[in-house]
Design a protein around this ligand. Structure first.
Ligand code: PHE
Length: 354
């Protein structure tokens, strides 16, 4: 084949070459346009063409080179628009923006905040104390005598047992009542405070019990504090927390640090014409009785006042303690205690915006 014939074949080949990827485009460049490419190779042969034909063949080769360059440009433009289109597909600006996921306040935090708000409006301040306590603050000062079975009401996690003095045993507090002791010991002024906090008990974890939970305890010590004051305070709390129609019932009970002691139930609304508001009609919580227990309470035992530096002849006081999990359960219908600590977003998201 003569040089012009080969040039024409190559022309044809170039016109029919496609490049759908960057790699293929680069192959095209190397094959036809580089210094070692097919077009340059034909130019090299131009020297051997007789001089009278060289001009005409030269023009033909220039045409071939121009064609190869144009084809390269066309193919690379085509690739560029293609990739623009695919990235435009990947980034569809007309799609609606996914809603920004807001966090939610934990139901225990919500319940604690509500409890705190109600008592603050009644003039209670908020006090805090350590979760790691000595036996003395958690038990002894609160009138739990050594080896008294009442200590077994609360299964304790001990951290350190003191060989010579059990009041120095170190433990995870089983209730927030130790903060009462700390408050009374730190001042001789009248006290009106609540003490929210986490407490620990050595119990198997189930839907109804956990090895840690939260309490809010309250203490009011002053001259002439009466059981009626206790009842009025708790009645007001119950109505604020669970609605104005809520009624309360106090049942005699026993705590070593209060005398007399009581447990407080609230009406669950079972007998309301429009049904039970707390159990949601299921009677799961009140077991059909219409009453749900929410806290322990009583008049501070004179012995505890004495232990903590208050003269029981001059001062009297009341104390109460409730579980935050229980209050949140009744307020939000939480059926299983474990949900509070599992961090399952399907549970937590239900409290968004509350
Ligand atoms: N500390 C008691 C408990 O954890 C509750 C309580 C507090 C009872 C104050 C009476 C007075 O069970």
């Amino acid at each position: 084949m003569t040089l012009p014939e080969r040039a024409r074949t190559l022309c044809h080949e170039i016109e029919n070459t496609e490049a759908s990827t960057k790699d293929q485009l680069e192959q095209f460049r190397l094959k036809y346009l580089s210094k070692k490419g097919a077009v340059t190779a034909l130019f090299d042969e131009l020297k051997a063409v007789p001089s009278d034909e060289r001009r005409a063949v030269g023009q033909e080769l220039n045409g071939l080179k121009e064609l190869a360059q144009n084809r390269f440009k066309a193919l690379s433009d085509q690739l560029e628009t293609q990739s623009d289109q695919t990235s435009a597909l990947a980034l569809d600006l007309t799609l609606p923006v996914p809603a920004h996921q807001l966090g939610s306040v934990h139901p225990l935090t919500l319940a604690r905040a509500k409890i705190t708000e109600i008592f603050e409006r009644m003039g209670f301040s908020v006090a805090d104390g350590p979760e790691i306590e000595t036996d003395w603050y958690n038990f002894t000062a609160l009138n739990f005598p050594e080896n008294h079975p009442a200590r077994e009401m609360q299964d304790t996690f001990f951290i350190e047992k003191s060989p010579e003095d059990s009041t120095k045993d170190v433990l995870l507090r089983t209730h927030t009542s130790g903060v009462q002791v700390r408050l009374m010991m730190s001042s001789n002024e009248p006290i009106r405070a609540i003490m929210p906090g986490r407490v620990y008990r050595n119990e198997a974890i189930s839907a109804r019990a956990h090895c840690f939970f939260h309490q809010v305890e309250g203490l009011y010590v002053d001259k002439n504090v009466s059981f009626k004051n206790l009842k009025d305070t708790l009645y007001h709390f119950a109505k604020e927390m669970f609605g104005p129609d809520t009624t309360i019932r106090l049942r005699p009970s026993y705590f070593p640090f209060t005398e007399p002691s009581a447990e407080m139930d609230i009406s669950c609304g079972l007998n309301n014409p429009d049904g039970c508001t707390l159990c949601g009609g299921s009677k799961n919580i009140c077991k059909g009785s219409g009453w749900v227990e929410i806290m322990g309470c009583g008049m501070v035992d004179p012995e505890v006042l004495k232990n903590c530096g208050f003269d029981p002849e001059v001062y009297t006081g009341f104390a109460f303690g409730m579980g935050v999990e229980r209050i949140a359960q009744l307020r939000y219908g939480v059926r299983d205690l474990r949900l509070y600590s599992e961090n399952d977003v399907r549970f937590l998201r239900q409290f968004e915006g509350i």
